[in-house]
Design a protein around this ligand. Structure first.
Ligand code: HDE
Length: 703
């Protein structure tokens, strides 16, 4: 097939005689073979984009080559500073839809009418790593939502964990410096497993609750689609009568919660560092639109006063068993970005972007964030006019008397650029006391003090509550994560200092980690400003496993196939997965695929070496007898099976796969997580088993 670029313009390239053939007479509005004419930024048609202008065929490049100069100039300036935190992220468009009216608690226009849809843009992110870091870092995930409401943009800039490391924004630069690569060596990248981070944490008891979350499986989600989101801080809603209600925001994924295991995360980072962004892209491309329910925890001053902890403390949550969540609407992400840079990279979230009816609390972390975000946008986007970029511009009418600045796009017409003025209404916006934003008149006026309230002093009770709310295997994962991280810490005193904190959380946890680290002497418990409360009841809502999806929808099976794969079983498996809402990916020794037992060819989704089992939620081993013999000789095939086993995945297999099970060292460990796939009728049972996502009871699997 002819290369489409193989036209006169690109072939007539060599030698003085063969001067590139330009558009020759046409104006640049015309197209060539359907292509628009390439121009410079000034709109001048370009004749030759392959060769710079030279003094003679082998001579130096000439400065007057304005096309070359402009092209390199632009390229040299393509990058903007990456976000100082949350650099690695991925976005998508969608909408938020109300279940009903919320006029009882807020006058926010977007919440007034049942069924009304508001466009949104969401950006998910990791925190510590740079823009090119892998998706499966152990980290909190950003969950930032921009609502383009009819009364302006509202940004709910949250995370996938409901608490944070610190109580006061003044500690944020320290906390972030500590987790980032160490300044002398610039490593490790996107990892908390190093001395600086644990040094800071072990000296910051207020971080202990967040540490339990970060060491849990919440920090290694299977996908953005399977994680919760939280506004974290207490905010206010204000209704038309001016009545304020405190609120905490919760996003719950319709797809259910799911995480990977650590050994899997490490391997996914090698096999597909873009695992999370690819997952979101693929789901939207397939029309399997991810969905979350937005819920509110609403409370008044009286509840705030009687609740066990300070509601202004971002290291605390309110268990939903104590204060139920009121579901108010759903968010659907149904459109991927057209251009990553224009949308995902340039989107500028800001906690201060609120709309009438939504207001702040005095949470000192939130107050600090309100200052920081605008600052950071100016640094990154380079101009106070970053709101003129389409992704950041409101979708409702807007008008102000602000003007000029770099890259000003919305330039007012007429002579008015100040207020008060006595000119007519054209291009002359005025305040609107009725509709306009009014801050809630919360009383202040206390003495100015650099002090933290006594009500923020309990650092261990909710850390313990989180730990005891986890299923046993989740508790094991927390102990293992702490062991892993502290094993990377080279200063023994830091390890011991962390174990001293764990003693205030749970003695078994502390002892397990101390043993795993081979700590020589057990430290004394850390000095606690408040003793740990042991009376807080477990909150089942905090466990991932106890909130699984009960469906395999949105998940993927990787089927290891060879020539001769049973045609009927393959067709039946595909059908069962489709009716469940899940997908099948064929993994074969060659990407060209395989021919099934009926002689039908099937292209492969992945070549074996590029499609390890860590990329899938469950696996099916469907080789023919000859194929199984071939696979036993391939290390990637043995790893495919051994990893699926170790990661407690459901393994469907044809009897012919037995030699491969033997070679992978799992034939003697076959358990109820192994299911036969010898007949078409077996497929439904396999898919039904997969709904549990993992066979947690497997012995000798990952610890
Ligand atoms: Fe952020 N945070 N943050 N943060 N944050 C930023 O803004 C900051 C905090 C969160 O996808 C920055 O545009 C301070 C908590 C998300 O573009 C910066 C403090 C929570 C995103 C900033 C916090 C968040 C950011 C960096 C301590 C969860 C990504 C780049 C008081 C509720 C938004 C940027 C996106 C980004 C400051 C703590 C969520 C520097 C000072 C708590 C999801 O402005």
């Amino acid at each position: 097939m002819a290369d489409p670029r193989d036209d006169a313009r690109t072939t007539a390239r060599y030698g003085e005689a063969e001067v590139p053939v330009g558009p020759g007479g046409e104006t640049h509005q015309t197209t060539q073979g359907g292509h628009p004419t390439m121009t410079t930024q000034q709109g001048v048609p370009v004749a030759d984009d392959q060769n710079s202008l030279r003094a003679g065929a082998r001579g130096p490049t000439l400065l007057e080559d304005f096309h070359f100069r402009e092209k390199l100039f632009h390229f040299d300036h393509e990058r903007i500073p990456e976000r100082v935190v949350h650099a690695r992220g991925y976005g998508a468009h969608g909408y938020f839809e109300n279940y009903g009216s919320l006029s009882d608690v807020t006058r926010a226009d977007l919440f007034q009418r049942k069924g009304e849809k508001t466009p949104v843009f969401v950006r998910f992110s990791t925190v510590a790593g740079s823009k090119g870091s892998p998706d499966l870092a152990r980290d909190v995930r950003g969950f930032a939502v921009k609502f383009y409401t009819k009364q302006g943009n509202w940004d709910l800039v949250g995370n996938n964990m409901p608490v944070f490391f610190i109580q006061d924004a003044i500690k944020f630069p320290d906390m972030v410096h500590s987790v980032k690569p160490e300044p002398d060596r610039d490593f490790p990248q996107a990892q908390s497993a190093h001395d600086n981070f644990w040094d800071f944490i072990s000296l910051s008891p207020e971080s202990m609750h967040m540490i339990m979350w970060i060491m849990s499986d919440r920090a290694i989600p299977r996908s953005f689609r399977f994680m919760e989101g939280f506004g974290v801080h207490t905010f206010r809603l204000v209704n038309a009568e001016g009545k304020s209600t405190f609120v905490k925001f919760h996003w719950k994924p319709k797809q259910g919660l799911q995480s990977v295991v650590w050994n899997e995360a490490v391997k996914i980072n090698g096999a597909d560092p873009d695992f999370h962004r690819r997952d979101l892209w693929d789901a939207i491309e397939m029309g399997d639109y991810p969905e979350w329910e937005l819920g509110l925890q609403l409370f008044d001053e009286a509840f705030a006063d009687r609740f066990d902890f300070e509601v202004l403390d971002a290291t605390k949550l309110i268990p939903e068993e104590v204060l139920p969540i009121r579901p108010i609407g759903r968010m659907v992400l149904d459109r991927r970005v057209d251009n990553f840079f224009a949308e995902t990279e340039q989107v500028a979230f800001c906690t201060q972007n609120v709309v009438p009816g939504i207001d702040f609390s005095d949470d000192p972390l939130l107050q600090g964030r309100n200052f920081s975000y605008l600052d950071t946008q100016l640094k990154r986007l380079g101009s106070p006019n970053f709101t003129h970029i389409p992704i950041n511009a409101p979708k409702c009418p807007f008008a102000s008397l602000q003007q000029d600045g770099h890259m000003a796009m919305h330039n007012p017409k007429g002579r008015v650029n100040y207020e008060p003025n006595s000119w007519g209404p054209e291009n002359n916006p005025r305040e609107d006391p009725a509709q306009g934003y009014r801050s809630y008149p919360a009383a202040t006026g206390s003495p100015r003090l650099r002090i933290r309230s006594e009500t923020f002093a309990d650092h261990y009770s909710q850390a313990r509550q989180f730990y005891i709310s986890q299923a046993p295997i989740e508790q094991t994962h927390i102990a293992n994560a702490l062991t892993f991280e502290l094993s990377k810490v080279q200063t023994p005193a830091i390890r011991a200092r962390m174990v001293a904190h764990l003693l205030n959380i749970d003695a078994d946890l502390a002892n397990t980690v101390a043993k795993n680290l081979r700590l020589e002497t057990m430290p004394q418990p850390a000095t606690a400003a408040r003793p740990t409360r042991k009376d807080l009841k477990p909150s089942p809502a905090l466990s991932i496993i106890q909130n699984g999806p009960k469906t395999f929808a949105g998940r993927k099976v990787g089927a290891l196939v060879t020539d001769g794969v049973d045609a009927d079983v393959l067709a039946a498996l595909r059908k069962s997965l489709k009716s469940e809402g899940a997908t099948l990916v064929l993994v074969a020794p060659e990407v060209g695929g395989v021919t099934d037992s009926a002689g039908t060819p099937h292209p492969a989704g992945e070549k074996l070496e590029g499609g390890p089992s860590v990329l899938f939620d469950a696996v099916a081993l469907l080789p023919s007898a000859d194929g199984a013999t071939l696979l036993t000789k391939l290390p990637a095939a043995r790893d495919f099976v051994a990893d699926a086993f170790a990661h407690r995945k459901f393994i469907g297999h044809a009897a012919a796969a037995t030699p491969l099970l033997e070679k992978a060292g799992v034939a003697n460990a076959v358990d109820a997580g192994f299911l036969p796939l010898d007949r078409p009728a077996d497929c439904d049972a396999f898919v039904a088993a997969c709904r549990k996502l993992r066979f947690w009871d497997r012995a000798d699997a990952e610890r």
